[in-house]
Write a protein that binds this ligand. Structure first.
Ligand code: GLC
Length: 530
């Protein structure tokens, strides 16, 4: 089968504030990313997705955009971006930007106009409503980041809706002029040559026209955050979203070079797959966060992979994500040893993997003392462990001060263990996590069965997950031990003999496998069969 770059390729997420600080102000920047392109090329990724780089007051670290067609000075200039794009393309690395269409910054000129008066031309570019009869908010919708989703503007006597911070007012996508202006922003970057977009909270874009109250959530499990005490069935995932997405897709398809649209969507998989569109005219990759959300338990993971594979329509290309800038890192969720097994799973499942920066080193969540806390989510909803700073700490490049990330004081503290987990020391260690990732990516790139082949699960029990990837010419068996105890996996058929091509311990290359395969605790192996 012929695959597009975004199907066979591997995406790497760069959180620009934390990747590499080139200008010595303690915050990462575009020239910093450009300086590290050789690293990314050697790692073997095909594309980078860069979290928002646009002008922003940084209330939510760039997810509050005040100009959709510029670059924030903290990250550099538009020319720096052009240079980064050219440099990446020169190395065969695509560049995906983070498009934040649900809300702008409250300092965006559109919102400043909108709030200036009830009769301003841009009033209905945002969602304004009169107070409820008691003077309170128009409905019970909550902000994901805590509190009501409505803020009263005393000057004009109305509330505006914000699914996130009050500095992030939601745009009114039912208004054609908003759509045109926001589509122009997409065209601006596509014209410059970017290869696609990760679209922020895409399932939030359309809201119930009548703004009906959200019902209470009967499932207390989800109520870690107060937001989930209500089920957001009227504030998110409305049927009208699909027409809007199809229009975005048509826009992207109007460009050459297979530009890709990836959607951030936290929904159950039956809902998630509707974002591909009924016949594939939706987004290319609705992000599949199951490996982030599910407990790290073999039977749960195996069942989830099979359920997803079974639900996907033929035209829909799968994808997998282990971590991002909003969720605990895999090495903290599953432990250092399992992070390797997880990496093997991520890279060998069918579909496009996304690697979060630093996970290739085994970076962990870094506890942030309260006085250094930056994330507005953590500050607004204290005491529930919801702050995202621990997963956004500086990339660990070397043994040098601040892990070689910056010469200044970094905007977030560097992990205490950076002298063990960093690029420089792991590059020269044949058993390191980084070496494992490089080997996995090289193998995936070289073997069509692994980047384009079919998937089928193989029966396994206990802590073991097993599956096969195959194409016309080759067959690979992947066996992963998700537990700490040794396990023996009986090969299901006498024909399934082969040789190990990779173990997560990096020490079994070429070992013959016959009737049974012994795994150490926390070990995964790829076996070439036949
Ligand atoms: C997405 C982003 C997150 C941001 C939020 C609001 O979930 O990933 O970082 O805070 O949207 O834009």
């Amino acid at each position: 089968m012929t695959t597009k770059w975004w199907q066979s390729g591997v995406i790497y997420q760069v959180y620009p504030r934390s990747f590499y600080d080139n200008d010595g102000d303690g915050v990462g920047d575009l020239n910093g990313i450009a300086a590290k392109l050789p690293y990314l090329e050697a790692l073997g990724v095909d594309a980078i997705w860069i979290s928002p780089i646009f002008p922003s007051p940084m209330a939510d670290f760039g997810y509050d955009v005040s100009n959709y067609t510029g670059v924030d000075p903290i990250f550099g200039t538009l020319d720096d971006f052009r240079a980064l794009l050219a440099g990446a393309h020169g190395r065969g690395i695509r560049v995906i930007l983070d498009y934040v269409p649900n809300h702008s910054s409250s300092e965006h000129p559109w919102f400043i106009e909108s709030r200036s008066s009830r009769v301003n031309d841009k009033r209905d570019w945002y969602i304004w409503r009169d107070p409820a009869p008691d003077g309170g908010p128009p409905n019970n919708w909550r902000s994901v980041f805590g509190g009501s989703a409505w803020t009263l503007d005393p000057a004009t006597g109305q509330y505006y809706y914000h699914a996130f911070l009050n500095e992030q007012p939601d745009l009114n996508w039912r208004k054609p002029a908003v759509r045109e202006a926001m589509f122009d922003a997409l065209r601006f970057w596509l014209d410059l040559g970017v290869d696609g977009f990760r679209i922020d909270v895409i399932w939030h874009l359309m809201k119930d026209q009548e703004l009906r109250n959200n019902p209470p959530n009967q499932e207390p499990r989800r109520a870690k955050s107060p937001y989930y005490e209500l089920l957001p069935i009227y504030s998110c995932d409305q049927p009208e979203i699909h027409e809007l997405i199809a229009a975005m897709r048509a826009l992207a398809d109007g460009y050459d070079g297979d530009r890709v649209l990836i959607g951030e969507i936290y929904l159950p998989i039956d809902k998630l797959i509707t974002y591909y569109g009924p016949e594939g005219e939706g987004i290319h990759l609705p992000y599949n966060f199951q490996l982030i959300r599910l407990p790290w338990e073999a039977r749960t993971i195996a069942a989830a992979v099979d359920a997803y594979e079974a639900l996907l329509p033929d035209f829909a290309w799968p994808n997998w994500v282990l971590g991002n800038h909003d969720k605990p890192r895999i090495a903290s969720r599953a432990g250092a040893a399992q992070a390797r097994v997880a990496a093997m799973l991520l890279i060998t499942l069918r579909g496009t993997p996304t690697i979060y920066y630093g996970d290739e080193l085994g970076m962990r969540d870094v506890p942030i003392p309260p006085e250094l806390e930056q994330d507005p989510f953590g500050k607004n909803v204290p005491g529930r462990g919801l702050g995202r700073d621990p997963v956004r700490t500086p990339m660990q490049w070397s043994n040098a001060a601040h892990a070689g990330f910056t010469t200044a004081t970094p905007w977030l503290p560097v992990a205490d263990d950076y002298r063990t987990f960093n690029v420089e020391s792991e590059e020269s260690d044949p058993a390191s996590m980084l070496t494992l990732l490089r080997r996995l990516l090289a193998l995936r790139r070289e073997q069509p069965a692994l980047h384009a082949g079919a998937y089928s699960s193989v029966a396994a029990s206990g802590d073991v997950v097993a599956y096969v990837r195959k194409d016309e010419s080759s067959l690979f068996l992947i066996v992963l031990n998700l537990g700490p105890a040794p396990a023996v996996f009986d090969l299901p058929s006498r024909e399934l003999h082969g040789r190990i091509v990779l173990s997560t311990f990096l020490d079994r290359d070429g070992e013959a496998v016959n009737d049974a395969l012994s795994l150490r605790g926390d070990e995964g192996v790829i076996v070439r069969l036949g």
